[in-house]
Design a binder for this molecule. Structure first.
Ligand code: GLP
Length: 243
């Protein structure tokens, strides 16, 4: 989907995400750049979030992750890549400026999303307002635990992050949420089939007119209406390119 978007619209504005799930996506995009000349030269990117207190060159920052996983391996112009600066002196001004930068590019054409154990998209932790904008958010203990490995224990994980708001994310033209593995099965079932609630920000995607959820069998394991989804995947023309 990302490659199709870039080929149809070389100056696309891509919304990017971090986390282990996305590493496989970036590997494939790098491979497509090398082998099929997938062109990133005109595209613009905005990442969902960044830890507060980490400088962009900190190896634990999401800026570093993006450089390592994608940016330095493809022909993207670094000036076109955007992440919130978690080390900004005035964090509120940084958040407002991030919103303005997205607006100046028009809108995000395709937003990639992972899902955290709390059901967050970006770092929109439980009780994130469904219309929230880019802001500083305190991380929940579950999220700090989930992201502990990189910091040598959850006690060292920053307590706060800058994240696009749920409202910011919902304004993208199209979004794709990805999840893999059995550990995501419970939260995916709640996010996809449960009631919309600010306790699980991923449920807000049910409002989005053009949201695709891509799962492996394990992550899809607790969905209720699987038989219906399988029929749609096998029979609806919109899925032709992916079968
Ligand atoms: C972090 C990011 C989220 C991402 C989540 C999932 O919390 N802020 O945007 O969805 O990680 O991570 P993983 O793919 O490693 O499960």
């Amino acid at each position: 989907m990302v490659a199709a978007e870039l080929r149809a619209n070389p100056s696309a504005v891509l919304g990017l995400a971090t986390g282990r799930t996305m590493e496989a996506v970036y590997k494939i995009l790098v491979k497509m750049h090398r082998e099929e000349k997938l062109d990133f030269s005109l595209c613009r990117t905005f990442n969902l979030d960044e830890y507060v207190g980490l400088t962009p060159d900190d190896p634990r920052s999401y800026r570093h992750y993006m450089n390592e996983q994608l940016f330095k391996h493809v022909n993207i112009d670094p000036r076109n890549t955007h992440l919130p600066n978690g080390a900004a002196k005035d964090l509120d001004a940084e958040c407002a400026e991030y919103e303005r930068k997205i607006k100046r590019c028009g809108a995000i054409d395709l937003q990639l999303l992972g899902i955290g154990k709390t059901g967050h998209i970006g770092f929109n932790e439980p009780l994130s307002a469904l219309r929230s904008r880019t802001r500083v958010k305190a991380l929940s203990p579950v999220t700090m635990e989930q992201n502990a490995a990189l910091f040598g224990g959850s006690r060292n994980v920053p307590h706060r992050a800058i994240t696009m708001g749920v409202g910011t994310i919902l304004e993208c033209s199209r979004c794709v949420m990805l999840a893999t593995g059995a550990s995501k099965a419970d939260i995916i079932a709640k996010a996809v089939e449960g009631p919309i609630t600010s306790m699980i920000s991923a449920t807000a995607l049910q409002w989005h007119p053009r949201c695709t959820v891509a799962l492996d069998e394990a992550a899809a394991g607790k969905l209720q209406a699987t038989e219906y989804y399988r029929w749609i995947f096998a029979n609806e023309p919109e899925w032709e390119g992916y079968r």
